[in-house]
Design a protein around this ligand. Structure first.
Ligand code: ATP
Ligand code: MG
Ligand code: FE
Length: 340
């Protein structure tokens, strides 16, 4: 039950060796952030090329650090989607080659299932549970009635949270990715510029962040036009408070409504200190166990892909070698009960 997992969906090239979907034997992550920073965002063409350059070395390093040899592996897991199609392809080609050469099964894995199952690497997930997925490309509430059964009960109708963070940061001329910078400004702020909350329909678990983003941009433009000094920290704080209040309120309502026993926080924005703090306080008050992965497992890494892939290994649900990367891969269709 030892999986070699590969993740190349965006701008991290990563390989990991995971035992039993729980124990990380190695988890090598090579980030391209410095390369994409000067463009203010991920450039797909460059991402693919960089993955090609480093994938072999990263895989070799992951195997070496695990202390095992290729013969010890039970399966090869790889992110099938969602993600950048050219970036996904690099990991998929490497995974297929290994699967063929070693004659072991291939497991095409859903990236967001990976973010959710990152929690299993450090905690024990109990069902039914609710996951709040907050990342660069996704903002979703995912209900899990039992292990490996995914039901998306709410999603963003426009920008993902991480995307909104990055856009606001860019408007404030902060480096990419902007999330951590806004987080820092918000925490150190002495004042708050209060911004609107997008609640949508009263019973909806969906999200919307583009109105908030526009409100932030309007404040910035007004100040620039009138050459007024802008309290950027107060603006970051107002933005973070708006985002956090909506996420926390909807997540807890979903937990109560669906009778979830745990709330799982995951995705790159799960590293946000304001969100973690607010969620922890609310969950504590309502006696709801909150699971959050450590920082390194919140952002993209292959160990989380190995954790999710184990759901399929356990059930001998493998993927054909003619599998293709799927930028719009559906999480629900990846559920273990849906396998054909
Ligand atoms: P997806 O998982 O949806 O395909 P992704 O893999 O690109 O997208 P992640 O790597 O999970 O996204 O997360 C990256 C995002 O997390 C970026 O938008 C980044 O700004 C944001 N982020 C990281 N740290 C923080 C933080 N402390 N506060 C807010 N946002 C953060
Ligand atoms: Mg990334
Ligand atoms: Fe991700």
């Amino acid at each position: 039950d030892i999986i070699l997992a590969i993740e190349t969906s965006c701008d991290e090239t990563s390989a990991a060796v995971v035992r039993g979907g729980k124990h990380i034997l190695s988890n090598v992550v090579s980030s391209q952030i410095e390369i994409h920073e000067r463009y203010g965002g991920v450039v797909p063409e460059i991402a693919s090329r960089k993955h090609v350059e480093s994938i072999t070395l990263i895989i070799e390093q992951a195997v070496k650090e695990s202390g095992l040899s290729l013969r010890d592996l039970s399966a090869i897991a790889v992110t099938q989607g969602p993600g950048l199609v050219g970036a996904l392809l690099v990991g998929i080609v490497a995974a297929k080659s290994l699967s063929m050469a070693l004659d072991i099964p291939l497991i095409g894995t859903h990236h967001i299932a990976g973010h959710i199952y990152a929690n299993e690497l450090e905690h024990n997930i109990v069902y039914p549970c609710m996951a709040l997925v907050v990342s660069g490309g996704h903002t979703e509430l995912v209900r899990m009635e039992s292990e490996g059964e995914f039901q998306v009960v709410g999603r963003t109708r426009d920008d993902a949270v991480g995307e909104a963070y990055d856009k606001v940061a860019r408007a404030l001329r902060l480096p990419y990715p902007g999330g951590p910078h806004i987080d820092k400004l918000a925490i150190e702020a002495e004042n708050t510029i209060v911004l609107p909350r997008a609640w949508l329909e009263t019973d909806s678990y969906d999200f919307s962040f583009s109105g908030l983003k526009s409100a932030v941009l309007a404040v910035i433009n007004q100040h620039r036009m009138k050459s007024l000094a802008l309290d950027e920290a107060a603006l970051a704080r107002g933005f973070q408070e708006s985002v956090t209040e909506v996420l926390v309120t909807k997540a807890l309502r979903a937990v109560r409504h669906y009778g979830a026993k745990q709330l799982l926080l995951c995705g790159g924005v799960a590293a946000n200190r304001g969100l973690r703090k607010a969620l922890a306080a609310k969950c504590d008050a309502e006696k709801i166990p909150l699971l959050v992965p450590s920082h390194a497992l919140c952002t993209d890494n292959a160990a989380m892909i190995g954790a999710a892939a184990y759901l399929k290994l356990k059930r001998s649900q493998f993927t054909d070698l003619d599998m293709k990367g799927d930028p719009g891969f559906s999480l629900e269709s990846w559920s273990v009960g849906k396998a054909d």
